[in-house]
Write a protein that binds this ligand. Sequence first.
Ligand code: FMN
Length: 213
Amino acid sequence: MPRVLAVSGSLRKDSYNSALLRVLPSLAPAGMEFDFFEGLAELPLYCEDLDTEHPPAAVRRLRTAIAEHDAIVIATPEYLHALPGVVKNALDWASRPVSAPALSGKVVLVLVATPGRAFGFRSLADAAQIINALRNVVVPAPEVVVNSAQQVLVADGDGGWRLEDPAARAFIGVQLGIMADLVEAGVAEAVESSFQRRSAELAQFFASRTATS
Ligand SMILES: Cc1cc2nc3c(=O)[nH]c(=O)nc-3n(C[C@H](O)[C@H](O)[C@H](O)COP(=O)(O)O)c2cc1C
């Protein structure tokens, strides 16, 4: 059973998305364990000048945390019908070094919690597009947006949270099960290793064209 890295896309103290992550252990297949990454606020804004062989400590922490997990859950808000800058910034850092991105070959589940009733899917789509482009496998379906988050995410008084939306609980349980299956099947590693092999062939093709021109 994979250990899962759980990352909230909100820095807000009482974030619904952070609360949603805390519900996941109660919905997950038996044996699935979660590590919660709290360091997005420490990341500097992405700048190539900082992205050297010795990147900032917060970036090293993010990349190491990703490397140590086969599966990642990101629960993120939608801002202005898109993925929030905080998450995009983290993905920019995780997309490097370009030859071996920190975030490649992983199974990734993206969730969105919003107080809205018909919002959130654009943030989900944004995240999936970016994460797939980095050669990961995004759990494809069923897609879940937790709507009316202020009503359905309820503090239990002991520092924990309940998700009082039976359909969302069922969907997320299925997604976590699919995530476990995909990790066990090695699907994301297969995507990355195929890319590495085939792109080497492409490099040879372009090298031979240069040599003959
Ligand atoms: C700048 C900004 C833009 C927002 N745009 C959207 C939006 O497009 N869609 C949406 O569902 N909610 C939007 N919201 C409301 C957020 O969903 C809400 O603040 C939510 O609580 C943020 O998630 P969090 O509770 O995890 O911090 C926006 C909030 C902010 C601050």
